[in-house]
Design a protein around this ligand. Structure first.
Ligand SMILES: *Cc1c(COP(=O)(O)O)cnc(C)c1O
Length: 355
């Protein structure tokens, strides 16, 4: 069909950062995508313009009531110089699920995909080619109607920005220590935990800060009602290998349905590994750890792919998982997922979209 996406190229391209300096989300490319929504007009004026600050009225609703959502995915450069995206249609669908929860108007998925592909093409020379580097893609929506009344905004901006990112495991894939949070909670069923919306992350900072002070990398969140059921780790979904079975919390309406989570489940089932999606209590994990049945734990998410967990601390008890080293299932999942993304191994599920 083809949407008329305007393109205004920059006249002053930026100097590209050194790969060793990339880190995560520090540098942005030369262009960005932006589109407006106005009540009565719908989404309109899709355009790619030079990367630049935007001007907002101080009364813009996003500042006061947090009506905003985002997504996160990556573009990968293969060894033979092809550019590919990992399951982008999942991100388009999830943005609209988040939009719906936050009373933000739906975005046409065809237009969204075209915007995303066009922008990545325009800035494709920003996609680094070194092993395990990528271009992080951050689509987001903000409510920009200047009105302090509490009601859904009648104006929005949808934007996509791009950031070249370094290898998450520059120092090798090492298991992290996690603090099990028994005071603060992240979200509850019926709330906005299933949406990728700013408030969930702001609400998590306090616990994250406390955990960092004690030397832990991330927080393991328990459910908001009983403080017993395991939900997520930081902004990743979480898996445990107990005996020979890999278990992960079943989607329950209070945490995010990760695309890496879904891909992990598909791979494990494809390999014939016994998998269960079910409620998991922290007591079960403590018991399994004491009895030596808790063999592996890992988080899943776009940024880290697979993040092995070597230790959990729960109410002053330290639980060392398996040998404290990266387990074989975690390693195989990491190698396979990144292998598919970078075109090193076959893609049996048709997950990759070529640019
Ligand atoms: C983004 C996110 C995840 C991981 O989702 P992916 O689609 O795998 O990147 C998990 N939990 C939270 C809270 C998130 O924001």
């Amino acid at each position: 069909m083809g949407w008329a996406i305007e393109l205004e190229r920059t006249t002053s391209p930026k100097q590209k950062p050194k790969v060793s300096e990339l880190g995560f989300g520090k540098y942005f490319t030369d262009h960005m995508f932006i589109m407006n929504y106005d009540e009565g007009q719908g989404w309109h004026h899709p355009r790619i313009v030079p990367y630049q600050p935007i001007s907002l009225d101080p009364a813009a609703k996003v500042f006061h009531y947090g009506q905003t959502v985002f997504e996160g995915l990556k573009a990968y450069r293969t060894a033979d110089n092809r550019i590919r995206l990992f399951r982008p249609s999942k991100n388009l669908q999830r943005l609209n699920l988040s939009n719906d929860r936050l009373s933000i108007p739906e975005i046409d998925e065809q237009l969204f995909l075209e915007a995303l592909l066009s922008l990545v093409r325009v800035d494709s020379d920003w996609i680094p080619g070194e092993p395990e580097t990528s271009l992080y893609i951050r689509p987001f929506v903000i409510a920009n109607e200047p009105l302090l009344g509490v009601s859904p905004s009648k104006q929005y901006l949808f934007m996509i920005i791009l950031s070249p990112v370094g290898s998450y495991y520059a120092e090798g894939i090492n298991p992290v220590s996690i603090h099990v949070e028994s005071h603060y909670v992240r979200a509850v069923e019926g709330g906005v935990g299933t949406a990728k919306t700013a408030g969930n992350y702001a609400a998590g900072l306090k616990a994250q800060e406390g955990a960092s002070e004690k030397g832990y990398t991330q927080v393991l969140w328990l459910d908001g009602v009983h403080r017993r059921y395991v939900e997520e780790v930081g902004s990743m979904n979480v898996f445990f290998k107990i005996g020979d079975t890999v278990v992960t919390p079943q989607l329950n309406g209070s945490f995010l349905a990760g695309i890496t989570r879904d891909s992990t489940l598909q791979l494990l089932r494809h390999w014939g590994v016994p998998v269960e999606e079910r409620p998991i209590t922290i007591d079960e994990l403590v018991e399994a750890c004491r009895s030596g049945e808790l063999k592996e734990a890992f988080g899943t998410g776009t940024a880290a792919v697979i993040s092995p967990i070597g230790e959990l601390s729960y109410r002053d008890e330290k639980l060392v998982i398996g040998s404290g080293e990266t387990g074989p299932v975690s390693k195989r999942l990491y190698d396979t997922l990144t292998g598919i993304q970078y075109g090193r191994v076959e893609d049996p599920f048709g997950w990759m979209m070529e640019l």
